[in-house]
Structures are given as C-alpha cells and as structure tokens.
Design a protein around this ligand. Structure first.
Ligand code: SAH
Ligand code: SF4
Ligand code: F3S
Length: 471
C-alpha cells in the first residue's frame, strides 16, 4: 500500500537566510563570512552537505577548507561504523583550541550520528563549545537553527526523526561542475541486522518521479556529464508513490534526455534487483556498464542472520543475467567480514563468491557493532585479530582478481570522463563507464570532457593510457 508522505516546498518565509546574512556580515572576521564544511560517510551525506552549502551561499557565505579561517565550522557525520564515529569525536575535540583562539566561531555538528541519543548526550555533556547540533531530518530548518545559534548565544539542539515529509527546492550548491549527485529517495526500510542507517535516516520515501526527472534534465542542460542517482536501496524506488513507478522506469525516462552524459546509480540491493532493470541498463544510451551490488556475505546462514532477504544462489543468478546482457559489465560490491558468529568456513564462502564473480573492486569492512541494532546483541565469539586476518586474506584475493582484470584491458581503447589532474605534472585522471580509474598524459583543458584513451599499462587497479583523440 502506498504510504502518503507530505511533499513540501522549501521556503524561507520568515527570512531567516536574510537575517543570518545580516548578522554574519557584522560578525565575520574577514570581508565575508566563511564556512568550513567537513563531510564524513556516504554520498547521501555529501548530497546533504551540498544543500547546506546552498543555503549558506544564500546567507552570504564563502567556503574554505581551512577550519582556522572559518566563521562557521560544520561536521556532517556518519554513524555506520565505530571508526567513523571515533574520528568525529577526535576531530571535534580538536576544535576546542580554535574556539579558544576565535571565540566568535560557530561550531556545528549534523548528520547521522546526531540521530543517536547516546551521541548527543555525550556531546552535550563533554563538548559545551559546540553551538549547533541537528539531525538528518532538520536540513530544511537549517537557516532558522543557525540564526538561533548565533543570536541567542546558547546551544541549539534539533534532532529526532521526521520521515513523513519530503522537502523539495532546498537550495543546492554542488561541489562539482560536471559530476553531480542526485538523491532520488531518502531513508531505508530494510533493517539489515548490522546496520544503523534505518535508525538515523528513517523510513524509505521516494521523491516524485517528475521532480527527479526535471532535476536530471536541468543538470544535463547546465553541462553535467555524469549524474549519480542516490538512495540506500534505489531498486525499491517508487514503492511509496501514489502513481507507482519503478526504478527501471525512472532510469529509462532520464535516459531519454538527449545529451552526452553518463548515468550512474547507487546503491542497488540484490533482493530488489530485477531482470527488467538489467534489461533497461543493457538497452540504455547513457547508463554506465557498472553495477554496484553489495552482497555482504557468501554464506546463506550469515545472509539470513543479516536479514538480507536473498541467497547466494539468487545473487549469483542476477550476476549471471547481468553479465550475459550488459556488455563490458564491471561489478563492484560491499562485503562485511566477521559478522557475529561467522565461522572461518562461512567466511570462506565469501571468498569463493568473490572468486566466482570477479569484481572490479570491493569495499570490504570488518563488522562493527552498532548500538541499538539486533546484531549488536548477537554472540560474537571471534576476536578482532582473527577477523583482521580473514580481512587481509580477502583483500589479497581481490587484489589479484583486480590486477588480472586490469591487465586484460591493456591494448583496448576506452571512453573516459576526465576528472582532474593527478599529483604528477601533466598527468590527468579519468574514469571509465565501468568506474575504473585511468591516468594518462594530457592537457588540463580536457577536464570535464569525454575522451578515448588507449590502455598501455595496468598498475593493480589503476590503468595507464595514452590519449587517442579529442572528441
Ligand atoms: N544501503 C547500502 C549500503 C549502506 S552502508 C546497501 O545496502 O548496500 C555501506 C556499507 O557499509 C554496507 O553495504 C555494509 O557493507 C557496510 N556496513 C554497514 N553497517 C556496517 C557495520 N555495522 N559494520 C561493518 N560494515 C557495515
Ligand atoms: Fe543498511 Fe541494509 Fe538499508 Fe543498506 S539496505 S542502508 S545495509 S539497512
Ligand atoms: Fe553513514 Fe549515514 Fe551514510 S550512517 S553511510 S552517512 S546514511
């Protein structure tokens, strides 16, 4: 059944952005107020930071990478693994000295960590110099919250889940001019037993079909050459919409827009990855020949305990269908090593799946217990040291596969989007449709363009090449 979400247009009726601009014009240490925004975690957070920057821009802010120069420092945080959280706490602690040197600086924290009570409690108690804290559901209120933080002088905390509303029209300042993120949905309903995301991002809600298509069109018209559609589980796009649409239909509709661009998407969940979707990718003009399809574990017992709702066999069946239908398909995936109770034999099934599929690259994580998730209460008899050994074993297997796959590309010509310069003078970096990095000598003016490159050498998972022609 379709759940009715509220679709609201962002508005700043109370003129908070204008009022912030006035306050900050006086308060700024330099000519204009400067903001330093640090983003942790996934692309969803990157896309959220782009909205915050969009609002800050309208509030008269410029941007700096250097926290020392900033009038506003904001960390957009991630809660997915303990390591991510520890880094944030460490970095917030270090801001104390900046606050001492520049007492007028406003220090803010937002993002997924802020939707966990034990985190905000700890912040409130131990980090009194943090002025502003808001969660993933309060983005649309940012101008008001910021205004309160600067004018009332106290601490502003705004957290809690409101997953009934989708806000459209929040100003966005994209980080890139030719590569851009496009969120198509928010939240997640899957409740994989290890994962904190459904708790920090709330229930899954899709943006309206026309809103997404229109935004894609605007991006293409303004020169974007690569668009990545974002969601925690893009394959279930549209389930909550009144006029039902599938993700395959969305891809197909965007693909109809004329222009020279590449269309990517992430993340796909194997349980909802349909043959219809693979057919659409195969027949499309713009969709990349890359599928990021996290399998997490090769063992059916572990997959069940993770609540992933597919089996190893089902996963391999999709992969097989995709390989047969999408030419030059490049596959990537996420894997968790050391889920509670996973035995070495079960881990070995992950290794055998990795060998069977032949991924271009893998994002491999050691299981990290997350407060409040079912897996955190499961018995976890293996030590971190043992899991680290398994992790290294898997990395080694994958490195060999990646090296072989890259070596097989030597001598071929690939079409790449040039992304920027490398550290090496006169060498550019680019990416294939299959998401493989190719470095080649070339002029900086090629950045942001598609070119053909002949592969001359493979260096593990990075390729070297020579420019064949400028298109
Ligand atoms: N929605 C996406 C991924 C979101 S999180 C999906 O379902 O594929 C990105 C990755 O982090 C996950 O795919 C998983 O491999 C990893 N991850 C999530 N929670 C984790 C945890 N508690 N410990 C270790 N890795 C985790
Ligand atoms: Fe987390 Fe699973 Fe949702 Fe991905 S699909 S965000 S791993 S709960
Ligand atoms: Fe992290 Fe939140 Fe993304 S927990 S991975 S930033 S959705």
């Amino acid at each position: 059944m379709a759940i009715n979400f509220d679709y609201k247009q962002f508005s700043d009726d109370n003129n908070y952005m204008q009022m912030c601009a006035e306050v900050m014009a006086v308060r700024a240490r330099g000519d204009i107020p400067m903001a330093c925004i640090r983003t942790y975690g996934c692309q969803q957070n990157v896309a959220d930071s782009e909205k915050i920057k969009g609002m800050l821009e309208q509030m008269g802010f410029g941007f700096t990478e250097n926290a020392e120069d900033a009038d506003f420092i904001l960390f957009n945080t991630c809660a997915v693994r303990e390591h991510a959280e520890d880094r944030v706490f460490g970095n917030v602690g270090a801001l104390k000295n900046i606050k001492r040197r520049h007492p007028s600086v406003v220090i803010g924290l937002c993002g997924c960590m802020m939707e966990q009570k034990h985190v905000t409690d700890r912040l409130y108690k131990s980090f009194p110099f943090v002025n502003l804290v808001f969660g993933t559901h309060s983005l649309h209120k940012f101008p008001e919250l910021f205004y309160n933080a600067v004018t009332f002088g106290g601490r502003v905390y705004e957290t809690g889940i409101d997953d009934k509303t989708v806000y459209e029209g929040i100003p966005t300042r994209r980080d890139g001019t030719f590569k851009g993120w496009l969120p198509i949905m928010y939240g997640c309903n899957n409740f994989c037993t290890y994962c904190i995301v459904p708790y920090t991002r709330g229930r899954e809600r899709s943006r309206k079909f026309e809103d997404v298509v229109n935004e894609a069109r605007q991006m293409i018209e303004s020169g974007y050459k690569e668009i990545t559609l974002l969601g925690q589980n893009v394959n279930s796009y549209g389930k909550n919409l009144e006029d039902k649409h599938t993700f395959a239909e969305l891809l197909q509709e965007i693909d109809k827009i004329d222009g020279d661009y590449i269309l990517r998407f992430m993340t796909s969940h194997p349980k909802d990855c349909s043959k219809e979707l693979i057919d659409v990718i195969a027949q499309s003009r713009h969709v990349s020949c890359h599928l990021h399809l996290p399998f997490q574990s090769g063992s059916n017992r572990v997959l069940k305990a993770m609540n992933r709702s597919y089996t190893r066999e089902k996963y391999l069946e999709i992969i097989d269908y995709a390989k047969k239908n999408i030419p030059n398909l490049s596959l990537t995936s996420d894997v968790i090593v050391g889920f509670p109770g996973e035995t070495y034999e079960e881990f070995s099934e992950t290794v055998s799946l990795v060998k069977e599929v032949g991924f271009t690259s893998l994002f491999t994580f050691i299981y990290s217990p997350r407060n409040g998730t079912p897996a955190a209460k499961m018995e976890d008899p293996y030590t971190h040291k043992e899991k680290s050994q398994w992790f290294s074993e898997l990395l080694k297997v994958q490195e060999e596969i990646a090296a072989q796959r890259c070596a097989a590309m030597v001598g071929t010509t690939v079409r790449v989007l040039v992304e920027g310069k490398t550290d090496k003078e006169g060498v550019l970096t680019s990416r294939t449709s299959g998401n493989i990095i190719v470095d080649f000598p070339g002029d900086e003016s090629l950045v942001g363009n598609f070119v053909n490159v002949k592969i001359t050498k493979a260096r593990n998972w990075i390729l070297n090449g020579e420019l064949e022609d400028k298109e």
